[in-house]
Write a protein that binds this ligand. Structure first.
Ligand SMILES: CC(C)(COP(=O)(O)OP(=O)(O)OC[C@H]1O[C@@H](n2cnc3c(N)ncnc32)[C@H](O)[C@@H]1OP(=O)(O)O)[C@@H](O)C(=O)NCCC(=O)NCCS
Length: 165
């Protein structure tokens, strides 16, 4: 039996409202154990201005993961060196959507010449990135809408892209 992963495609401007909703729900429901209510509200407020949120997504290489043609997760590669966003809708959390997205971004970055990738991992995603071979290099506190949130800069050396056989 072939186990199919989610369908991946590039971001379209019309995705902005759905991806803003995924962002908000991921923050509000999946980060409860690591961030308090005020911190989660401050973090989620980054998607309140959907037009600005969409413009930020469009400024990066953003991939969308769908199930039954409905967007369920997304991830962004910034400047071919940083995974800047990774958000999974709570309905599909733990089902490999984040893995499929980051696999694809790592391959794209390597194909475009990157030898390392970094991310500022939330305390929720730190285990996910560590599991993929990212190593913590620095602990950070960032201000978001008046609240301090902790994250960890992590880096990974990418496999060189193989030549076709
Ligand atoms: C972090 C997040 C993207 C992970 O999504 P997910 O749906 O649980 O991830 P996946 O199901 O794709 O996980 C894939 C792999 O990572 C592993 N993994 C996931 N979380 C892990 C953890 N905390 N520790 C160790 N491994 C973990 C899984 O076991 C799985 O391993 P496998 O590939 O060997 O089978 C999701 O929880 C989320 O959206 N969190 C809220 C927003 C957030 O913090 N985003 C990151 C901002 S930097």
């Amino acid at each position: 039996m072939t186990v199919q992963g989610p369908a991946l495609r590039p971001y379209l401007p019309s995705d902005a409202p759905r991806l803003a909703a995924i962002f908000r729900e991921a923050v509000e429901e999946l980060t409860i154990d690591e961030y308090d209510e005020a911190q989660r509200a401050a973090w989620a407020s980054a998607a309140d201005d959907v037009a600005a949120f969409g413009a930020r997504l469009a400024s990066m290489l953003t991939l969308v993961a769908s199930e039954n043609d409905k967007a369920m997760a997304f991830a962004c590669l910034e400047d071919n060196e940083m995974i800047a966003m990774l958000y999974v809708h709570p309905d599909v959390a733990g089902r490999g959507f984040a893995r499929a997205l980051v696999d694809a971004l790592e391959r794209l970055a390597a194909a475009r010449g990157a030898t390392t990738l970094k991310t500022d991992a939330s305390d929720v995603s730190r285990g996910f990135f560590q599991h993929r071979g990212y190593a913590a290099t620095q602990r950070n506190s960032v201000m978001r809408a008046g609240e301090w949130l902790a994250n960890t800069t992590m880096t990974k050396t990418l496999e060189p892209v193989g030549r076709p056989q």
